[in-house]
Write a protein that binds this ligand. Structure first.
Ligand code: EPZ
Length: 417
């Protein structure tokens, strides 16, 4: 990236990664043909297609953004090990297979490294429904003679546990009440998808979800919501480069916590029906205070990108990470680019500098990689980012999208030497 140029123009946001990675395994519950639209063209999605295919499903990519999946002939309730380790969302096969086949065997999942990532709340939920859970030899095995509806209170608000238990329970006997659930937009999207397949899920997006088990489900056509975090990443990139960018194909309501923080920094945010325009042309933005929390709070998946903006804001900012216990690893990379950041436990203290300086850096994980891209767009000179396959896990055509708004960015391959 040769940075220092304000971004201008329009960016189209793709379908939501974290909705897609739940909805693709959820097709198992249909036991029939599904057509999924507005799917993001990212590597995590293709890994899930490979898993479904190896389990006996028919997966046909219809276009760059749509896929036909027929899970009627699934022959295995076991998820292939090497693929499962590539992404966190492979654990959604636990809930989906349990819900359909009363049996599941899934290797303990991989995914971004933010410290300890327990799955105790998933297991608490499965057991409350009457499943036997065994963890051993690097896998989770679950079986049941038949799940029964239950009342489950989650001890922590967990996106993954909420989704996994929703998947398991849609065909269970009776009523299930889930309390202290996650309220992220992709929870609501999954509930809408399950209902389109014949499920009876109510209350998604609030503190309590009620699910009445149904005996039959069927395939459907469904279009996935736009990606809140991809949109937020381009909003912050526009702000950080002093640009003027319309981010299109979004649900502005999903972006409110990000828009509010940008406004705290003095950036102009203009909401349209399906777009937000970011204007940041009046010099350095102001410092501010950010604390991550589950939706509708400020998303942890925007923390590294926003912290990167704050490195060049005028004044002292604080970023409190309240969801993950170790999501500041990328800060070492930002320091290499001249950022002034001190980390104290869950808080990063950022003293704004005039600008960043270019350097060779690495993508530590998906969103940390996106943060490095924003840092490279800010810094004058040439920044190279290594390990970009992690960015490709979650951002469709990031090079092309940024080029279209004036960034000088290209994808290069070096030989190993
Ligand atoms: C999802 O991860 C997302 N991944 C993450 O996005 C995101 O950071 C996270 O939710 C929080 O929003 C996907 O949707 C695939 P959690 P998940 O369960 O479900 C604790 C990205 O960049 N916890 O909501 O794994 C946990 O330790 C990715 O796109 C338990 O204690 O997150 C954490 O502190 C990375 N026990 C908190 O809850 C459990 O059983 C939230 O985790 C489960 C979680």
């Amino acid at each position: 990236i040769k940075g220092g140029t304000p971004l201008r123009g329009e960016v189209q946001v793709s379908g939501a990664k974290n909705a897609a990675v739940a909805i693709i395994p959820a097709t198992i519950l249909a036991g029939g043909p599904c057509l999924l639209e507005n799917i993001p063209d990212i590597s995590d999605v293709y890994t899930l297609y490979d898993m479904l295919s190896l389990m006996g499903a028919t997966v046909r990519v219809v276009s760059r953004t749509s896929v036909f999946i027929d899970t009627s002939n699934i022959t295995s309730h076991k998820v292939p090990e090497d693929l499962a380790r590539q992404l966190r969302a492979s654990y959604y096969f636990l809930g989906a297979l349990l819900g359909r086949c009363n049996e599941a065997n899934v290797p303990l999942p991989g995914g971004c490294d933010f410290g300890v990532r327990p799955i105790d709340q998933h297991i608490k939920g499965f057991e409350a429904l009457g499943a036997n859970v065994n963890i051993g030899h690097g896998s989770v095995s679950i079986s049941t003679d038949g799940l029964l509806g239950s009342h489950i209170y989650f001890d922590v608000v967990s996106v993954g546990a909420t989704i996994n238990v929703m998947l398991a329970v849609v065909k269970a006997k009776g009523l299930t009440v889930l309390e202290n659930v996650a309220k992220e937009p992709h929870i609501v999207d999954l509930a809408n998808f399950l209902n389109s397949m014949g499920a009876d899920v109510r209350g998604a997006g609030t503190e309590v979800i009620k699910i009445r088990g149904v005996s039959e489900m069927h395939g459907c056509t469904y279009s996935i919501i736009p990606d809140q975090i991809e949109a937020g990443t381009y909003m912050v990139a526009a702000a950080a480069t002093g640009g003027d960018v319309v981010i299109d194909n979004v649900i502005p309501k999903h972006l409110e916590s990000i828009s509010n923080k940008l406004e705290d920094c003095g950036v102009t945010v203009i909401e349209g029906d399906e777009s937000v325009r970011i204007i940041s042309e009046g010099g350095r933005p102001r410092a501010c205070r950010v604390k991550t929390s589950p939706h509708p709070g400020f998303p942890t998946d925007m923390q590294p990108q926003f912290a990167t903006l704050l490195t060049i804001c005028d004044g002292n900012s604080t970023v409190v990470e309240d969801v993950w216990d170790n999501r500041f690893k990328y800060i070492d990379q930002l320091r290499r680019m001249g950022a002034n950041i001190m980390v104290n436990g869950d808080t990063a203290l950022i003293t704004g500098v005039e600008t960043l300086t270019s350097a060779p850096v690495e993508a530590d994980d998906l969103r940390a990689g996106a943060a490095m891209v924003i840092a490279g767009l800010i810094a004058k000179g040439e920044t190279s980012i290594g390990n970009i396959k992690l960015i490709d896990r979650g951002y469709e055509n990031i090079v092309e999208k940024l080029t279209a708004v004036g960034a000088d960015i290209s994808r290069v391959t070096f030989d190993e030497d």
